[in-house]
Write a protein that binds this ligand. Sequence first.
Ligand SMILES: *[C@@H]1O[C@H](CO)[C@@H](O)[C@H](O)[C@H]1NC(C)=O
Ligand SMILES: *[C@@H]1O[C@H](CO)[C@@H](O)[C@H](O)[C@H]1NC(C)=O
Length: 258
Amino acid sequence: MRVVALLWTVGFLLKEAQAWSFKNGIFHNSIWLEQAAGVYHRESRKGRYQLTYKEAKAVCKYEGGALATYEQLEAARQIGFHVCSAGWFDKGRVGYPIVKPGANCGFGKVGIIEYGYRLNKSEKWDVYCYNPNSKECGGVLTDQQKIIQSPGFPAEYQDEQICSWHIRVRLGQRIHLHFLEFDVEDDTSCLADYLEVYDSYDDVSGFAGRFCGDYLPDDIISTGNVMTLKFLSDASITAGGFQLQYTAVNASHKDFLH
Ligand SMILES: *[C@@H]1O[C@H](CO)[C@@H](O)[C@H](O)[C@H]1NC(C)=O
Ligand SMILES: *[C@@H]1O[C@H](CO)[C@@H](O)[C@H](O)[C@H]1NC(C)=O
C-alpha cells in the first residue's frame, strides 16, 4: 500500500462552515451534490473538458444511462444539484446547473446556465448523464454511521468505475473512517485503481490520502463534519475491492483532538 501524505488544518472547515446553511441539525452544502434525481456529472479520466459529444454519449451509455435532458437537469437542480463545470446534455446542448449564485460561476445567475445547442460537436466539455437505476456507487451520505464499499462488493469491482461519496454529518461532529477490507490493484503511485480520501466536501481541496494495494489503511478522522471519498478503476485488472465504515463522532471528544 502506498499512502500519500496526510496533512490538514482545522481552520479551513470552520471557515467554510460559516458560508453554508445549517438546518435540522445537518450541515447543508449543495455544492458538489454529485447525484440528484438520477442526474450526475462526469468528466473524462483525462481531466476537465475533454469529451466530444460522441464521447459524452458513450460515457453515459457505458454506465447504463443516457445524456440528461434539460428537464432532468433542471429537476435535479431544484433539489440542490450544483456543478460549476459545463457539460454536454441531450440534443447537443451544453450548460451547467447553478443553485447558489456566485461571481465565479454562472455569472451570478441561478438556473441552468446554457451555452446553447452546439453546432460543432467536436468541442470538448464534461457531461451530464441521467440514470435513475445507477448502481450503488457514490452518493451523499448523512447517516451517523454507514458502510461504504466498492461497487459489487464482495464480488470484484469492475473496470472503469468512478464513484464519489460525500459524507456530511452534523455540524460540530467529525467523521471517523475505519477500513474493514482493502484489496485494490497495486501499482507504484496508485495511478491505475485507487481510493482517495479528502478532508472536505469536494475532491479539490483537503487531499488526505490515496490508497491501493492490499494493506488495510489506518483509520482517518476528519477535521470537520464533511468528507469525500473517490474510487476510480482503470480499463484493466480489477481486485477484491474494499469495505469501510464511517462513524460520526462528537468533535469535542478529547481522543480525537491531537
Ligand atoms: C470544432 O471544435 C474543435 C475542438 O474545439 C476545433 O478543433 C475545431 O476547429 C472546431 N471546428 C470548427 C469548424 O470550428
Ligand atoms: C454527541 O453530542 C450530542 C449533542 O451534543 C449528544 O446528544 C450525544 O450524546 C453525544 N454523543 C456521544 C457519543 O458523546
